[in-house]
Write a protein that binds this ligand. Structure first.
Ligand SMILES: [Zn+2]
Length: 246
C-alpha cells in the first residue's frame, strides 16, 4: 500500500491500517540482525493484503535490551516507543482510520500492552487498536505439525525457516546451533540472552527449512488476521457503561 500514491489511497479510503513492528538485533551466528524486521515486512504485507488495509512499512527499531552484548543490536527506550506509536496511531486517527492492527514480530516489546490498553481506553469506539503477537502462534504451529519442536524463543526453528523462505542468501546454516536453556523466559529480566544461551540462539535452528518457512508465514498470516478481527469484533460489540466506552 505504501507504493501507492496519496490519490490512489484517497480513492480506496481504507479504514484499517496495519503497522508491522520488527527489531534490529543479534540472531545467533547464522541469522542476520534484520531477521525480525524482514519477517515483519513479509508478514505485514500478507496481513494487509488479506484485510485490504493501508499498510505502513515495518518499523525496524523497537525495544530489545535483553539482546544486548554484541554490536548490531539497536533499541530505544520503552517510553520512546510508547510515545512514537501513540503519535503514529493518532495521526492515522486524524485521517479517518478507525482500526489499527499491529503485527508484532519481536517478542520483547512489553510496553505494547499499556500502549494498546491506554489508546483503547481513551479512544474507543472511535478508534480501536489491536495486536497480533507472532510469539503467541508457536503453540498452534507446533500443535498443527508445522513446527517440529516447541522450544523456540529466539533464532530457532521458526525464525530460521522463515528467513530461509524470505532471504536465503542471508542465512548461514553451516553455523546454525540448537540450544534450549534451563531457565524460563522471565529470566531475560535478570541478564541478557547471552547469559543463558551462549550463542544467542534459544531454540533449534538446525531444524529450519525454507519449505517449513513458507508454511509458517502462510499460517501466521491467517492467525494474525483472525486475532485482529476477533479483537476488533469484541471491541465493536461494547456498549457505553456509565461514563466509559472502554
Ligand atoms: Zn527474532
Amino acid at each position: 500500500m505504501f507504493t501507492r500514491t496519496a490519490d490512489e489511497i484517497m480513492a480506496l479510503d481504507p479504514e484499517l491500517a496495519i503497522i508491522p513492528v520488527g527489531s534490529i538485533e543479534q540472531h545467533g551466528p547464522h541469522l542476520p540482525i534484520m531477521t525480525d524486521w524482514a519477517i515483519a515486512t513479509e508478514l505485514g504485507r500478507r496481513v494487509a493484503e488479506k484485510m485490504h488495509a493501508f499498510q505502513l512499512p515495518a518499523l525496524p527499531v523497537s525495544t530489545n535490551r535483553e539482546q544486548m552484548g554484541k554490536k548490531g543490536t539497536v533499541w530505544m527506550e520503552p517510553t520512546t516507543f510508547y510515545q512514537m506509536m501513540t503519535d503514529i496511531i493518532l495521526c492515522l486517527k486524524l485521517q479517518g482510520f478507525k482500526r489499527v492492527g499491529i503485527v508484532q514480530c519481536h517478542g520483547g516489546i512489553f510496553i505494547m500492552t499499556p500502549l494498546i490498553r491506554d489508546l483503547n481506553a481513551r479512544h474507543n469506539p472511535d478508534l480501536m487498536v489491536a495486536v497480533a503477537d507472532t510469539c503467541a502462534f508457536n503453540e498452534t504451529l507446533y500443535r498443527e505439525g508445522i513446527l517440529e519442536a516447541n522450544t523456540e524463543l529466539h533464532a530457532g526453528e521458526g525464525e530460521t525457516s522463515e528467513m530461509l523462505a524470505i532471504a536465503p542468501e542471508t542465512v548461514h546454516m553451516d553455523r546454525a546451533v540448537d540450544f534450549v536453556p534451563a531457565v524460563p523466559r522471565p529470566y531475560l529480566s535478570y541478564g541478557s540472552i547471552f547469559r543463558c544461551c551462549p550463542d544467542g540462539v534459544w531454540g533449534e535452528a538446525t531444524r529450519g527449512t525454507a519449505e517449513k518457512g513458507e508454511r509458517i508465514l502462510a499460517r501466521s498470516a491467517e492467525l494474525a488476521v483472525d486475532a485482529l478481527n476477533r479483537a476488533f469484533d469484541y471491541m465493536a460489540a461494547k456498549e457505553k457503561m456509565n461514563y466509559s466506552n472502554f
